[in-house]
Design a protein around this ligand. Structure first.
Ligand SMILES: [Fe+2]
Ligand SMILES: [Fe+2]
Length: 366
């Protein structure tokens, strides 16, 4: 591993000047390494960088990887023909939100595809790299699924506008910049402190940023609109929940390894909630039947609370209404609470049979 060098960095989150060290990047091949479990750690290990998966320290990661692989799906095999008709029966506000949310989700999956390799390059437990490799593949495929929806449903002359919406929409641009900056901060200045912040930012993206978008599509599906889009988002939702589970574990481990301030984590969550609500109010607001600015706030704060509790911290928003989702009636459309979190219209037989026959270990504990 590279020698750690002490440098001073400035944290825009906490406005503190802190002493920190450069984050080591694993070598391509390290003949002096030691892959024994006793030497294996998530970071700062002595890995040879062989994918030695015979004896793993983080057994849950192998179970999670198998689950992620079993979730394999191909967006182009989902039927969206009804959506092509439904799109023109949406209200103008619903079409605006449909296109805008696709723009935003395209951004999120694009930055994940770009950023996770940076996070992964410092991982020294191959079973964690295994999960992140699969995650990168899934994030790229999610972008392909957005293209499938855009190409199938949105008229040709409007397709580029979906990709370019951030260029003209100031709120989306500011949203994209906020998300990207926390990652860029680490890439530009790869300190251990910035690595930890990038991990929390990653957990926020996986755990909070997609879900108001998903709710919009499930809401349409609950009114018998755009069922093919909802099917696509069900499967993306299922993938994202496996990423949430990955980062719940990774962040919890990081909190044991990296010096950090819990106040900074809470501050990042609160900022993330504010940005997410601002964006959702802008693109959805009170204009869609079944969603209001109040339900968006309640849902986003509820999500923040459950994600915080999942990493061993307290809820940030104490009021009783923030302890429950306002959208439980849409859960049957998300289909993420059923056995194996796997069913969908198209893949029901195939995917369910994979899960039912696999007997995966290590999943229940996550
Ligand atoms: Fe994704
Ligand atoms: Fe993800």
């Amino acid at each position: 591993m590279k020698e750690l060098s002490n440098i001073t960095s400035f944290s825009p989150i906490s406005n503190l000047v802190v002493q920190t060290a450069t984050m080591p990047i694993s070598p391509i091949f390290n003949p002096q390494g030691n892959d024994d479990i006793a030497h294996r750690t998530m970071w700062f290990g002595e890995t040879t960088n062989l994918m030695q998966l015979n004896d793993v320290r983080y057994t849950w990661a192998v179970g999670l990887y198998m689950q992620m692989r079993e979730q394999f799906w191909i967006p182009q095999k989902l039927d969206v023909t009804q959506d092509v008709v439904d799109y023109w029966n949406l209200t103008p506000q619903e079409r605006y939100a449909y296109n805008g949310i696709l723009s935003y989700l395209t951004f999120l999956d694009s930055v994940q595809t770009c950023n996770i390799p940076h996070i992964k390059s410092s991982i020294t437990a191959p079973e964690i790299s295994l999960c992140m490799s699969e995650q990168i593949s899934q994030e790229a495929m999610h972008n392909h699924s957005y293209q499938y929806l855009i190409e199938s449903i949105i008229p040709p002359e409007q397709r580029h506008a979906v990709y370019d919406f951030w260029r003209t929409d100031k709120v989306l641009f500011s949203r994209c910049q906020f998300v990207a900056e926390l990652y860029q901060k680490y890439v530009s200045n790869p300190t251990q402190e910035n690595y930890f912040i990038a991990l929390i930012a990653d957990y926020l993206l996986e755990g909070m940023y997609f879900y108001n978008g998903f709710i919009f599509f499930y809401n349409l599906a609950s009114r018998m609109l755009m069922p093919g889009s909802a099917d696509v988002f069900k499967l993306i939702n299922r993938d994202e929940l496996s990423h949430v589970r990955l980062y719940q574990r990774v962040v919890t481990e990081a909190m044991q390894v990296f010096p950090h301030s819990v106040d900074t984590i809470y501050e990042m969550f609160d900022q993330a909630v504010n940005h997410e609500c601002q964006w959702t109010n802008h693109i959805v607001g009170n204009n869609i039947l079944g969603i209001t600015e109040q339900s968006t706030e309640q849902y986003t704060k509820y999500l923040a609370n459950i994600r915080l509790r999942a990493i061993g911290l307290d809820s940030l928003y104490k009021e009783a209404k923030y302890q429950k989702s306002p959208y439980t009636h849409l859960e049957r459309f998300s289909d993420t609470k059923k056995e194996g979190n796997t069913k969908s219209n198209f893949f029901e037989a195939t995917v369910t049979s994979y899960v039912m026959s696999s007997g995966i270990s290590g999943w229940d504990e996550i």
